[in-house]
Design a protein around this ligand. Sequence first.
Ligand code: NAP
Length: 462
Amino acid sequence: MNGFGTQSGARHLCNIVLIHSCRLARRVAFGGLYEQRGQRLGRGMMQQSNDRPEILDLGDMPEQGVVPKNMHAFVVRQDRFGEPESAWQREVIPVPEIGPLDVLVYVMATGINYNNVWAALGTPVDVIADRQKKGEPEDFHAGGSDCSGIVWAVGSDVTNVKIGDEVVIHSGWWEPEDPWVVSGRDPMLAPSVRIWGYQTNYGSYCQFAKAQSHQCQPKPKHLTWEQAGCYLLCASTAYRMLMGWAPNVVEKDDVVLVWGAAGGLGSMALQIVAAQGGKPVAVISSDDKRQFCLDHGAVGVINRKDFDHWGKMPDTNSQEWGTWMKGARAFGKAIWEAVGERKSPRLVFEHPGEATLPTSGFVCDIGGMIVICAGTTGYNVTMDLRYHWMMQKRFQGSHLANDDQAKAVNELVIANKVDPCLSGLYAFDEIGHAHQLMHDNKHPSGNMACLVNATQKGQGAS
Ligand code: NAP
């Protein structure tokens, strides 16, 4: 691992810290205020200021409200789509304008999420081409869907946050004028919904990120910048999956099967289920993740490598189906053993998809729900429908979270009931490397973060 936990990582961090200290020592007072404290700016006003600094070094913190013309960012371009390590590169790009309901956030630390592995690969969606079709001209993707930081500028109609507020950003983004949103219904079902920092530009791999003000949640005070920057995308997604689809929400003593339980989503799911009084059963692929899961609320742990029936379900009329069914039954028995009684999962927390879904469908309890937010192993769904309809199970898609769900899970973090599970901390220049680890499933358990403007690890907690 090339992170801060290693010698080379530690050397790297040391260098960064030294550089930042020097830069801070010679911090200059910039005259060009993007917005004076207490004032608000509308769209386009940034362009009119001639005395803004050209660019700041990472970690240079100007007077609050001073915004440079350009900034450092990690960016993907179409001609280098491919392995995340090389697709993500550091560039200098203009600081974007903000609209009346937007904020500009001075990013202290960013989380690393799987969506920007997909953005680097250019599949299943070319996010740059997708945005250009929507009328956004930029030929780059400056991504990043999780961060902690300080509100540095606010649009003219923003009322919920002010300059100087310490925030974390959740990544549900939608057009404020979307009739569905205006009607007050769940904005995550609005036609205009996008994932911030994946389907929108200028995310948390930028020195100054552009977000909508409703995305801001208070930064939990007890967390460092890097802890605060790493969890909200996964935590809010997991919360919606587990608590957003009534009547199939986690209740006391419910068994919940959690795939990838030591991963970003899984580590949040274990803790949310435990906080609701449920019984999470963790699935992992190597025994060194076992203790991590037990420490974060799992009542039992199953190693999926002990089974070999994964993949698409064979034809129900074939001999192979019998072998597959034997594997699925054995896995179901392993769940009962993990729980300590013959109790099947009332919820199955799915994201691997193709490789695991047939088993998820089979082991789910009568009237239970398989809730899914991804297809990391493939998108072709196979499932024995006989079990699905006869036992009246529910197969529910779920995507990210709305403001209420982000708020609810952030409150669990503030109350210390959910830990961000920061596992690996990397330097700004290791953003590509951190995505590569994730792509190769070699990343440490939990959620990773990279420092952006924070000058060293451990800052920001009070
Ligand atoms: P992660 O930290 O990489 O965790 C994924 C876990 O999946 C891994 O730790 C791995 O655990 C497990 N896994 C890998 N291959 C598997 C297989 N063949 N069978 C079963 N499990 C397998 O990633 P994450 O952040 O949790 O995200 C997981 C997926 O959800 C990604 O595709 C991501 O894009 C998606 N996602 C979607 C949303 C949304 O709103 N729609 C939000 C967040 C994430 P073991 O090897 O230990 O089993």
